[in-house]
Design a protein around this ligand. Structure first.
Ligand code: C5P
Length: 254
């Protein structure tokens, strides 16, 4: 496992910015190391089925970091609304569901269906829903569960809105045809009635909604590394991501 300890040395004092980064050298020796360190945060954004989830899990496992699939929050809210017979576009109902939401409430539920995915992107366009889910995501990054030294979050707005100060950011993409093929293979067993063209149409509709919404649209952060997985195996994409992450760590060690 790679050590991020050297990276911690020059970091800001938690998120509250009680002192500026430049004043930190004087603080060392005065304050215990654990007070001045903050977790490494790896942000992965990108369109549906771009490979960011697979990559995020592999990164989290390799570095021993905690992993949060932020799409599961929006999917979870959408799932609960659909199960209650509510319209995901109903802003008041969606806000109530998002405020009361916990991942435990959808444990074991199948939130990865086509219908839940579509409803999630409707729910996700509502600012009150995004606001309600923001603190949970930021807390996860700030204090990763089980004392992990870092957190990996994947979604659409992690590098731009949720964790704009993330240690390393990626924007993961792939051609629409490749993404549709990957998602088609995932859904095929449960939904033999769906064609690859149906899946492509779903993805394109969802991506268009996610990119066009006014609040926290899917976007590549200016400082995000672009990772095109169209022609990459999972192993090759992971190796490319690791090179970037390890490069950041090395620069911090210099
Ligand atoms: O990542 P996944 O495809 O599971 O996400 C489902 C939907 O949740 C997305 O289409 C998007 O509308 C929404 N989402 C979001 N912001 C995130 C993660 C997901 O708006 N950070």
């Amino acid at each position: 496992m790679v050590s991020f300890a050297p990276y911690f040395k020059g970091l800001r004092l938690a998120r509250e910015d009680l002192v500026s980064p430049r004043s930190m050298p004087q603080m060392r020796g005065v304050m215990p190391e654990h007070v001045i360190s903050e977790p490494v945060v790896i942000a992965l954004d990108g369109p549906a089925a771009s490979g960011k989830g697979t990559l995020a899990k592999a990164i989290a496992e390799h570095y021993g970091f905690a992993y949060l699939d932020t799409g599961s929050l929006y999917r979870g809210v959408a799932y609960l609304l659909l199960r209650a017979g509510a319209d995901p576009a109903n802003a008041a109902a969606a806000e109530v569901a998002a405020r009361a939401f916990s991942l435990e409430a959808v444990e074991g539920a199948d939130i990865r269906t086509r219908e839940v995915g579509a409803a999630a992107s409707v729910v996700a366009a509502q600012p009150a829903v995004r606001q309600a889910l923001l603190d949970f995501q930021r807390d996860f990054a700030r204090r990763p569960p089980r004392g992990a030294k870092g957190a990996v979050l994947d979604g659409r707005d992690i590098g731009t809105v949720v964790c704009p100060g993330a240690t390393v950011k990626f924007f993961v993409m792939a051609s629409p045809a490749v993404r549709a093929h990957r998602r088609f293979l995932e859904l095929k067993a449960a939904r033999p009635d769906l064609s690859e063209a149906d899946v492509l149409a779903d993805l394109e509709e969802r991506d268009a909604r996610d990119a066009a919404r006014a609040d926290a649209p899917m976007a590549r952060a200016e400082d995000a590394e672009l990772l095109d997985t169209t022609h990459l195996t999972i192993e090759a994409a992971f190796a490319a991501a690791r090179r970037v992450i390890d490069g950041v760590v090395r620069r911090c060690e210099d």
